[in-house]
Design a protein around this ligand. Structure first.
Ligand SMILES: [Fe+2]
Ligand SMILES: [Fe+2]
Length: 156
């Protein structure tokens, strides 16, 4: 969460995400690896902080109640794709299927609204060709996810 510069930013950021962070299903994301030794929860928090920073840089126009939960829940698929049985098949499919799994979980567990669901569904674009991020929040999370995945992978 090194991207957050000031106390004011941290306060604003935490105010939106705090209600989510104590939920057992959010904590469960800490058990699964995203990239290298970075857990899915850590990765998701990095993406949320990066998306928030990018929005601050480009005019502060995002709806934070969509941007931050969308970022936190973008990989809310709740399994470890590294250790699945039939690993090769799952490994290949994971990139295409996990946005819709995360989206379903976000809707079921947190009643994510349609705009937040779109953030989650479109974050893997262009891999998921037809799920194109069309609004600001979805575009920011799509970019932040790629930047964080790259940084986390290079760091290991
Ligand atoms: Fe993802
Ligand atoms: Fe991700």
């Amino acid at each position: 969460m090194h991207q957050l510069k000031s106390e004011q930013e941290k306060k604003e950021f935490n105010a939106v995400l705090e209600p989510y962070l104590s939920h057992p299903k959010i904590r469960e994301m800490d058990q699964y690896n995203a990239h290298g030794s970075v857990s899915v929860l850590e990765h998701s928090m990095n993406v949320a902080a990066m998306a928030y920073r990018l929005d601050r840089l480009f005019g502060k126009k995002a709806d934070l109640e969509v941007l931050l939960p969308g970022a936190l829940l973008h990989d809310f698929y709740l399994y470890d794709w590294h250790d699945k049985p039939l690993s090769i098949r799952i490994f290949r499919m994971h990139g295409y299927t996990h946005p819709s799994e995360a989206c379903r979980n976000a809707a079921e567990i947190f009643q994510a609204d349609e705009k937040t669901q779109e953030v989650i569904r479109c974050h893997m674009w262009p891999l998921t060709l037809r799920s194109i991020p069309r609004h600001r929040e979805a575009i920011l999370v799509c970019i932040a996810d790629k930047l964080c995945a790259l940084t986390e992978t290079l760091k290991r």
